[in-house]
Design a protein around this ligand. Sequence first.
Ligand SMILES: [Zn+2]
Ligand SMILES: [Zn+2]
Length: 336
Amino acid sequence: MVNMMKALVFTAPHTFEYQDVPRPEPAPDEVLVEVKACAICGSDVHGSSGENGRRIPPLVMGHEASGTIAQLGEAVQSWAVGDRVTFDSTEYCGCCWFCTHGMHNLCAQRRIVGVACTEYRKNGAMAQYIAVKARTLYALPPTVSFEQGCLVEPFAVGMHAVLRSGLAAGQTAAVIGDGTIGLMTLIAAKSQGAQVCISGHHARPMQLAAQLGALDCAQLPQLTAERGADVVYDAVGSQSSFTQAMELVRKGGRIMVIGNHARTIDFPLQRCITEQIDVQFSYSSAGEYPVCLQAIAEGRAGLTGLWQSFPLAEGAQVFDRLVHRDESLTKAVLIP
Ligand SMILES: [Zn+2]
Ligand SMILES: [Zn+2]
């Protein structure tokens, strides 16, 4: 007899159905996680139009999740049923040169959970259960809630950028972009003891940023004796955001580009050389989950107020609000 479960299935462009589907069976190196919280990512919202080829229906989306272990694959030894966990949204091989050098975000075998493209199809966590590779699991400290736990995935993206940039306590950072990754980068930078300014256009996230202790980029000249920011994080990645980053960064400073809204942009080569500006790039995350979990557990990274929760059964309506850019909704977390 096949065990069934409830899942929010993406059945056609702009269409989600709450259905009974077969429960996944964990492979020998996997565990079955009973999902307790799964956040909707901007990439899920974009993908739901069916246009970018990354969410080919039918598919269960969801790569930002947490839950408890319900069943172990035959070869899994280091985990136990009942453990509270979150997991890396990237499934990687674990043995190639990149994986063994701390860069599993660059693994050629990487597959994103909850994505279906021409190369692969991997059901995600907008369901009661999901099977994930044991090597991608991270234990949730007891004080970290499942909702906070599911947000560690985007938080790790911000943390990856902040740690790559070498931002130090007492330095001044500027974040361009008030989407989830912009806010997570802000939180990551603050958790490292930096002073952070933000630039964005949306009322609610900017209000949240202010509550999180972010200053306005207009204050940057006073804060830095006119020098500019030590590090600027571009969480948009367009011609205009990069131009703004060049305006905000100090001589000898660093621009870390995280967003890639534009495929190509004009690059101010001469100014970067004569002002010795480092331009760096950051892609996804590469094992920053424990750093993020510790920052949350120690109260250095308040994620409070960042999300709103809804029952998974109402997922279709929630997607509809996000697709239509309902300003009252920032980050939605679905609870199975
Ligand atoms: Zn995501
Ligand atoms: Zn690999």
